[in-house]
Design a protein around this ligand. Structure first.
Ligand code: GTP
Ligand code: MG
Length: 200
């Protein structure tokens, strides 16, 4: 899929602020610092459409980016960042919670996982919670440039086997690097498929 236009549409913190237009939505979620905002920039080929940071906790709102005037790419705040105050954490938790419980245009969810890590409790809990809402998801392994290319498939395979064993979930998965742009075409092809499935 070709990205011919990408614009920041709006930020919201609760459901009554979400865009009022009905367009298919693709959401990126995952732990803080896993590379959600960077991956959005890589996909749209802009350096600073979504704000990124070396410090976890950069994205604090629901950010809608309008792509090709047809669908939204959504950058969400990360979960699992421990250095936040209790009240900041619960605010972020409720933003994420409300988004997934109330979004009516969500066609696909991508959970981003750092390819270097073993399955972490917080990701597994989040996957189980999405499943309980009947929201299916695709895993994107991020930061593949951080490990040897030869190890990428093996790492991903082991992670997925553990998911199956621990929580009996077998999602589709893709591998990416925002730095090397690895995985861009496959992710865009998958998004195109998901949007078309909605009949748009
Ligand atoms: P929050 O908004 O805090 O939840 O974080 P995020 O998931 O949006 O992460 P962000 O895109 O801001 O990136 C976090 C850090 O990881 C930044 O320092 C990025 O430069 C780095 N990073 C992101 N993607 C990659 C990647 O593919 N490879 C490498 N090596 N670093 C990456
Ligand atoms: Mg971010």
């Amino acid at each position: 899929m070709k990205i011919s236009s990408s614009i920041f549409y709006k930020s919201s913190s609760k459901s009554d602020e979400l865009p009022k237009i009905n367009k298919p939505e693709i959401a990126f979620i995952g732990r803080s610092n896993v590379g959600k905002s960077s991956l959005i920039n890589m996909l749209v080929q802009k350096k600073k459409l979504a704000k990124t940071s070396g410090k976890p906790g950069k994205t604090r709102l629901i950010n809608h980016f309008l792509i090709n005037n047809k669908w939204f790419l959504i950058d969400l705040p990360g979960y699992g960042f421990t250095n936040l105050s209790k009240s900041e954490k619960s605010k972020i938790f409720s933003i994420i919670n409300n988004f997934f419980c109330q979004s009516t245009n969500l066609v696909s969810t991508f959970i981003l996982i750092d390819i270097r890590h073993e399955p972490q409790k917080i990701d597994l809990e989040f996957m189980i919670w999405l499943k309980s809402l009947k929201i299916s998801f695709i895993v994107i392994f991020t930061k593949s440039d951080k490990i040897k290319p030869k190890l990428c498939n093996e790492k991903a395979k082991i992670y997925l086997e553990q998911l199956k064993k621990k929580i009996k979930i077998k999602p589709k998965a893709l591998i990416s690097s925002s730095f090397s742009k690895f995985g861009r075409e496959k992710i865009l092809t998958q998004i195109k498929k998901e949007i078309q499935l909605e009949g748009d």
